[in-house]
Design a protein around this ligand. Structure first.
Ligand SMILES: [Zn+2]
Ligand SMILES: [Zn+2]
Length: 272
């Protein structure tokens, strides 16, 4: 116990420094090179997004730990301690022959493809109410990154991570990928005017993802890829008109409530 409490405290302190640094960089970039310069800094929905920031990672983590514990028990309940250790450091099966960085790279591409299709599914009539919460931000910025209904977050992200573990990827490879995903998500939601020029087809930029969030009809059901727009090009959903930027965000005409707790309940009331 004397060891566990300082370890947890240290992890939280590191996480706090790490995230503070990431947010500080986003705030400076939004100030220096905004995509939508008129977007207010102190804006509507800020309190709701702050609540999402504190509650969602906790909820996501709890479900992930629970699913992983069940998974590890099912797969490894007869395994020796050395086998469990070797799974944590190098994965299992064919993948364990690859270095962890190689596993991370493959897991990253594979999860991007899965999340692309899950994201399209969440844009279908049946699943839309859960995902509409993420689209309800009328001002998209670094703070709106975490606005996801837990059902959306568990299916689209937690389940994908757990599936990767079942496929044999090392938990270290998955953790590395998750850290990169956090940085990337905050970056694409930031109110920054980056398009990545000629690399716009290779990597998702803030302008690419802001077209996904626009309330303007031209951007509807476009740009689903979390990281690789090549997926949108392949499946006919890429949209990034040269020299133009989206102006309006949010969901028109759905009357999504603005508070955190009402947003938790709202999707269930929309489903028949
Ligand atoms: Zn979406
Ligand atoms: Zn988004």
């Amino acid at each position: 116990m004397e060891l566990i409490i300082p370890t947890i405290t240290n992890t939280w302190i590191h996480l706090f420094y790490w995230l503070s640094g990431l947010f500080a960089v986003s705030i400076v970039l939004e100030f220096l090179m905004p995509c939508n310069p008129d977007q207010p800094k102190l804006r509507k929905g800020m309190l709701t997004d702050i609540l999402y920031f504190f509650v969602m990672p906790l909820l996501t983590r709890l479900v992930r730990i629970l699913l992983m514990a069940i998974g590890i028990y099912v797969v490894m309940h007869n395994a020796k301690p050395d086998d469990v250790m070797s799974f944590i450091t190098s994965g299992y099966g064919a993948l364990s022959k690859l270095p962890v960085w190689g596993q991370s790279a493959i897991a990253f591409i594979l999860s991007d493809i899965l999340i692309y299709w899950l994201h399209r599914w969440f844009h279908s009539a049946r699943m839309w109410p859960f995902h509409a919460i993420h689209h309800s931000s009328e001002h998209v910025d670094w703070l709106s990154t975490y606005r996801f209904h837990p059902i959306n977050s568990w299916i689209s992200f937690t389940m994908v991570d757990v599936l990767m573990l079942f496929l044999g990827f090392s938990p270290i490879a998955i953790t590395q990928m998750a850290a990169f995903n956090t940085i990337y998500s905050v970056m694409v939601h930031s109110n920054v005017n980056w398009t990545f020029g000629p690399f716009r087809y290779l990597f998702a930029s803030p302008v690419f993802h802001r077209w996904h969030h626009t309330a303007q009809a031209e951007g509807m059901d476009k740009n689903f890829a979390p990281t690789f727009p090549l997926l949108d090009i392949m499946f006919g959903t890429f949209y990034m008109p040269e020299g133009r930027r989206p102006e309006r965000y949010g969901v028109d005409g759905a009357n999504i409530p603005s508070g955190f707790f009402s947003q938790m309940i709202w999707p269930f009331r929309q489903r028949r």
